[in-house]
Design a protein around this ligand. Structure first.
Ligand SMILES: [Zn+2]
Length: 283
């Protein structure tokens, strides 16, 4: 793909930072997510695991492509992935670009990025955030499906359970509430059962399993990623002055591997100048 297709993301991206699962979020230029791997913190084997996860996502979502930055060296917007082991080694965080920055960053907090189902799950979950997906359990209709145990949610974690008012994707596109979504937290942090402080319970356990881990993207996850990144108008570069014009998607484009991407959302206010997505009950 020609490097000239890549341009700075429009300012709209920054306005969308707090929009989880919002149907109007901007996508990645040309539906391609250029990925820089931090070779100072990641070994070749660890990078191979990340690439494996992204190849699987490319295959299943079809219209988005995570690619090594080296294959699109002129890309001006990109995702950097690095490892900074800390905490209990079970989570990862996405940082959004601020101001005119064009770099999104994913920080993996594993001690080692091994090829395990848990690690692949977290990497997939985080990568879906980079495509615009939010947390399922923050949807506006979640109280019809789960009941929060507020007393078990630490004050600093309550933001992870707030209803997302701007998440309109499921409303506009009629996406059923899916407890099997890889974007839906488990009732016990890290999914370790039993636990004495479940964060929420399903109203109908027969139709909402929030105990077993969701290691793979569900159909609703894939559909959401496709809607956010494929079946929408795309911002495309018009000229070298970074002016943008909207270009309608075409059936041909959608059939032939549209590419897409977006900047995700959902956030945790750290008091710093970044937005973070803390995943999986990071204590
Ligand atoms: Zn998350």
């Amino acid at each position: 793909m020609a490097g000239s297709d890549y341009v700075n993301l429009p300012a709209a991206v920054h306005r969308m930072e707090r929009a989880l699962g919002n149907a109007n979020y901007p996508g990645w230029p040309s539906n391609v997510v250029p990925v820089k791997y931090d070779r100072k913190s990641l070994s070749r084997a660890e990078i191979a695991v990340i690439k494996k996860v992204h190849r699987n996502m490319n295959k299943l979502i079809q219209c988005i492509r995570f690619v090594p930055f080296s294959s699109v060296p002129r890309a001006k917007s990109f995702l950097t992935i690095r490892k900074a082991s800390e905490g209990n080694g079970k989570s990862a965080t996405v940082f959004y670009p601020r101001g005119n920055a064009k770099e999104m960053e994913m920080v993996i907090k594993f001690y080692e990025v091994n090829d395990t189902s848990y690690n692949r799950m977290v990497l997939t979950h985080e990568s879906l955030h980079t495509l615009g997906l939010g947390h399922t359990h923050m949807r506006s209709d979640r109280d019809q499906h789960i009941r929060l145990n507020d007393h078990n949610i630490k004050a600093e974690k309550k933001r992870q359970y707030q209803v997302c008012k701007s998440c309109n994707l499921h409303v506009l596109h009629d996406i059923p509430y899916d407890c099997g979504s890889i974007m839906h937290y488990r009732r016990c942090r890290y999914g370790v059962e039993p636990c004495d402080d479940p964060k929420f319970e399903p109203l109908d356990p027969n139709n909402c399993n929030v105990v077993d881990m969701n290691f793979e993207m569900s159909d609703s996850d894939i559909k959401s990623a496709q809607i956010l990144n494929c079946n929408k108008e795309h911002w495309t570069h018009k000229n070298e002055k970074n002016r943008f014009t909207k270009k309608s998607s075409t059936k041909k484009r959608n059939r032939s591997l549209p590419q897409g991407a977006s900047w995700i959302t959902e956030t945790k206010d750290t008091g710093k100048e970044e937005m973070t997505i803390n995943i999986h009950f990071d204590d």
